[in-house]
Every structure is written in C-alpha cells, then in structure tokens.
Ligand binder design. Structure first.
Ligand code: C2E
Ligand code: CA
Ligand code: CA
Length: 363
C-alpha cells in the first residue's frame, strides 16, 4: 500500500486517509488496523487491552467534500460500533437514509405524550383443544403524521436505547388493562415486556400498581418476555418474574426456538407457558422443520409447560399443531390483530372465522 495520513479528530477518534484501488483493499487495511489495536499492549508492568471500530468511505467523484466525507465515515463508524466490538463497516447511502429515519423516530419518541399517538391492536390466542378465546395479545401500532407507519419491531428497540420505554410501556399497559376489563373475565391479556424493563429493579411493583389501578385481576395478565432479558441481567429478571408470579401474573417465554434460549432456562426460570417462534410453525408447515417442531413441543411437555404456537396461518398449520397436541395457537389464519372495539366484539361473539378454520382443519 502507498503511504497515507493519520490524524486525531478529538477524543478517541482518528482519521486515516490513504489511496487505494477498491472497497476490498480499503476494508482490509482498516481491519488490519483494528486488529493491531486489539493486540495486547505491555505498558511498564501493565497489560492493556484496547479495542477499536472503523467506518470506511470513498473520496472522489461527487464526494470529495471533506466534511461530507467525515460525516459518511462517521455514519459507517456508528453502524460498526452498533454491530459489536472490533467491527469495520463501509458507508452506503442506505445507511444514511436509515440513520436519518432512526434520528427522526428518536426525536418523535422524545416528544412528551408520544404514547397518545401509539395505538394498540389485539390479536387473539385460541385454545386449540376447545376453540375458545384464551387471550388477546396487545401489540403496539404507531402511525406518525410525517414518518408514516412505524412497526413495533422498529421503534421498540429505539425506545429501549433512549430510555423512554418505561413511560411508553406503562401507558400502553394501563390502556390495555382498562380494555381487558371490558372482555369476559375468562379472556386474558398478554402483554410484551421488553428486556430493558424486565431488567429494571422496580418493574414488578410498577406492573402490579398499574393493573391494580386499572382494576384488572393479576391472574388475567400474561407477561411475554424474551430470552434477551436473561442475557442482560439474569438475577433482576428472575426477581421481577418471581414477584409477578407471587401476585398471580403468568410469565410466558416468547420467541422460543428463534434464538439461543437453552433448555436450562426452561428448568431454572419459572415460566407458566412457552410461545414457540413463528418460524418453527412456518418451516414445519413446509415439511422441512416438522421433526424440530415435534421435538420442541415434546420438550415443553416434558417440563410441564403448555405451548402457544405463533404464525398459525393455514388450516394445515392448525391440523398439524392439533395432531402434535399443542395447546394454544395464534396467527393470521385464526385472526389478525384488530382494534380495541373489534376485539371487544370478538370477545363477546363466537367468531365465525375461527370456526371455519377448525372445520377446514378437521376436513
Ligand atoms: P412478537 O411478540 O413475536 O409478536 C408477534 C408478531 O407476529 C406481531 O408482529 C404480529 O402482528 C405478527 N403475527 C401474528 N400472526 C402472524 C402470522 O400468522 N404470520 C406472520 N407472518 N406474522 C404474524 P408485530 O405486531 O409487528 O410485533 C413485532 C414485535 O414487536 C413483537 O413480536 C414484539 O416483540 C414487539 N412488540 C409489539 N408490541 C409491543 C409492545 O407493546 N411492547 C414491547 N415491549 N414490544 C412489543
Ligand atoms: Ca409476543
Ligand atoms: Ca413471538
């Protein structure tokens, strides 16, 4: 490589300017630099371990403005840091657009009273043995006047990162609990709790206070949590879960089969049910994942935990789950998420769509 220049931009940020032929070469140089920095330094009698990340962009053509180049490298660096330690990322226009959207979403989420503009949709969870409605899962829905539709998968992680998840989630839980009071008492409320909340020490007391104020029997609340909470702070998560269960709240392990949740979680943590990740049902429906779905259901049965299958989209899925003795199901084939009024009607009338799907599955 030809020689280049190194400059300190400030703090712990440095810029490296060097000529190169293509992306691959630029990435290799930066990866080598990051690797060298990660090697242990011996400083007197001390051993020092440093780490670095790098963002790469190209000068030339339209993009030779210095400030513009630094901004692009910075965006790529930001992405690299988000990905994990020691990463190198190459700038792309898509990154810029995504970052801009994320920044806009972040600003909108910081607006006081933002929770008023977030709606809740309710998706039925059905008992596959009796066809009865067992619960409604509350799912956040946000349509922003300028940013358009923003899915929960996009904005919930941002609320966690900028620490506004609690205000928003508390307001949504209070609303959902008030709504659940309008359903027959046999219909429960399933509510998603983010990892950040489950790992916050006052969460259980706060949840109990919110539902007590709303007048909802804690035994009707099912809290859905994912394994990420246990990876973050196992002890606090476990304490919150134990407190909630002591009040009668049920705890459901969500997205089981999608990540790394090990069998030991099922044994060590006191869950009341397991929600199988939708991908297990979809791939079993295509034939390829049937042994895996069967195995996971047997495993849950062995530890005495009822299962809820997500993404029940077709009569075929329903038939398969019934034959495997899966207790509960949820998915577009049974019912899509719906607004509060529609959910109230659904809870009071025998839903024809569900009957139809069961009839098809039995045919
Ligand atoms: P999740 O808890 O796994 O929720 C299930 C997701 O699957 C929902 O997406 C639901 O609309 C979708 N779904 C339901 N049936 C089907 C089906 O048959 N096929 C397919 N392909 N999808 C189906 P949604 O509403 O976009 O939510 C995404 C995730 O965002 C949720 O995943 C949950 O983790 C999170 N989330 C949603 N609302 C909240 C909330 O109020 N608080 C927290 N902390 N997280 C939330
Ligand atoms: Ca869920
Ligand atoms: Ca899930």
């Amino acid at each position: 490589m030809q020689s280049g220049s190194v400059a300190r931009l400030g703090g712990d940020e440095f810029a490296l300017l060097f000529p190169c032929d293509d992306e691959g070469q630029a990435m290799t140089v930066c990866q080598q630099a990051v690797r060298r920095i990660s090697e242990q330094f011996v400083f007197g009698r001390r051993r020092l371990n440093l780490s670095a990340a790098a963002g790469v962009c190209f000068a030339g053509g339209e993009s030779s403005d210095l400030l513009q180049l630094l901004r692009r490298a910075d965006i790529a660096l930001f992405r690299a840091k988000r990905t994990g330690r020691g990463k190198v990322k190459l700038f792309s226009t898509e990154m810029d657009v995504n970052l801009q959207r994320e920044t806009n979403i972040e600003q909108a989420l910081r607006e006081p009273g933002v929770h008023h503009s977030i709606d809740l949709a309710y998706q039925p969870i059905v008992d596959l043995r009796t066809q009865e409605l067992q619960s409604f899962e509350a799912l956040a829905r946000w349509r922003h006047s300028e940013l358009g539709w923003i899915g929960p998968g996009e904005f919930i992680p941002i609320t966690e990162r900028i620490s506004v998840i609690e205000q928003i989630s508390d307001a949504l839980l209070a609303r959902a609990a008030a709504q659940a009071n309008r359903w027959p008492s046999s219909v429960n409320l399933s509510f998603n709790l983010s990892a950040a909340e489950l790992c916050s020490s006052n969460t259980s007391a706060k949840i109990i206070r919110i539902i007590t104020e709303a007048g909802l029997d804690p035994r009707r609340l099912h809290i859905e949590v994912t394994e990420t909470a246990f990876l973050a702070d196992f002890e606090t998560a476990r304490r919150n879960m134990a407190d909630l269960r002591a009040h009668g709240v049920q705890i459901v392990l969500d997205d089981f089969g999608a990540g790394f949740a090990s069998i030991s979680y099922l044994r060590e943590m006191a869950f009341d049910a397991v929600k199988l990740d939708g991908s297990l049902v979809i791939s079993a429906g295509m034939g390829v994942g049937l042994p895996l779905l069967t195995g996971v259901l047997r495993l849950c049965e062995a530890v005495g935990l009822p299962c809820i299958a997500e993404h029940v989209e077709t009569a075929n899925h329903l038939r398969m789950l019934q034959s495997l003795h899966c207790c509960y199901g949820q998915g577009y084939g049974l019912a899509r998420p719906m607004g509060a009024d529609a959910a109230e009607r659904f809870a009071r009338t025998a839903p024809k769509r569900i009957e139809d799907l069961f009839r098809l599955a039995a045919a």
